[in-house]
Write a protein that binds this ligand. Structure first.
Ligand code: AMP
Length: 278
């Protein structure tokens, strides 16, 4: 595995094989492994898989968990090596961002709802760093997880709008055995919070079951979802919303391609999850 620790070395790579990129913030877990496997399958026998690890300051709002975000460098490096990654790109912050940077990439429609409403500037940070990674590494394809459904939709929109010649590959959400979506942030949870966090999947399944049984009212589904979550004493709902999976706009009546999305705090830890309705 080749480790690239500067933007300059990454840019000077001679590329004569298909390259598939998996952008991450590190603290790698089994969902990242699945993204790497899908990247490998997509790259084909002659292609290469690159993983980037960069905790992107631009996508953290002031006062959020940028400082305490886990950065297990050695474990992540071993993880990538064991997973058969060809290139690990791990640039320092000072190499990615000039102090006087003044150019950003902003998606202005899908970014205004859900996560974008709760985390101001978050998607501007995401789009800017993803565009930079695309320019630096020039991959043929990049892999993103559906756990961050809105991020995936926004990256697809950015790629379309700005003519990046890069395929975007989506990977369904990977879960722990008890249904909690894998996340680097799960390690912030204490034992009791971790136990109660399983309520998120239960609530999503409840909403999906209602829709499956023919319930059409978004308000009734969302209210049942909220009630389910509220049974967990430590849960504090940030949002629970039923949206159109294309436009991400709230809907009142369930229709094909509806998405139930939520963000819930357990203590200081904010978790997100979503489900497509049947
Ligand atoms: P992160 O390191 O959390 O920024 O995530 C890097 C990539 O992994 C993003 O495309 C995420 O959507 C994806 N990812 C993280 N957790 C999961 C999960 N539980 N299932 C599927 N993809 C995930």
């Amino acid at each position: 595995m080749e480790i690239l620790t500067t933007v300059a070395t990454a840019r000077s790579l001679v590329k004569n094989k298909p390259l598939v990129l998996v952008p991450t913030m590190g603290a790698l877990h089994k969902a990242h492994l699945q993204l790497i496997r899908i990247a490998r399958a997509h790259a084909g026998p002659d292609g290469e898989v690159a993983v980037s690890i960069f905790v992107n300051p631009l996508q953290f709002e002031p006062g959020s968990d940028y400082q305490r975000y886990p950065r297990p460098e050695k474990a992540d490096e071993d993880f990538c090596r064991d997973a058969g990654v060809d290139l690990l790109f791990r640039p320092p912050v000072g190499d990615m961002y000039f102090d006087d940077r003044s150019t950003f990439v902003e998606e202005t429609s899908l970014s205004s709802v859900l996560e974008g409403k709760s985390r101001l500037g978050h998607f501007r940070g995401v789009c800017t760093v993803v565009a930079k990674l695309f320019n630096i590494l020039a991959p043929d394809a990049a892999v993103f997880g559906e756990k961050d459904f809105q991020q995936l939709a926004i990256v697809r929109r950015m790629v379309r709008d700005l003519n990046f010649n890069i395929d975007i590959i989506a990977v369904p959400t990977i879960r722990e055995d008890d249904g909690l979506a894998c996340s680097s942030r799960n390690q912030y949870l204490n034992v009791e919070e971790r136990k109660q966090a399983t309520v998120l999947r239960k609530a999503l399944m409840k909403g999906a079951a209602m829709a499956g049984d023919g319930e059409k009212s978004a308000a009734r589904i969302v209210s049942a979802v909220r009630e389910t979550i509220e049974q967990a004493a430590l849960a504090r709902i940030d949002y629970a919303d039923l949206v159109d999976a294309e436009s991400l706009q709230s809907i009142e009546v369930v229709r094909p391609n509806s998405l139930l999305a939520l963000a819930v705090f357990f203590g200081k830890t904010r978790l997100i999850d979503n489900i497509r309705l049947p």
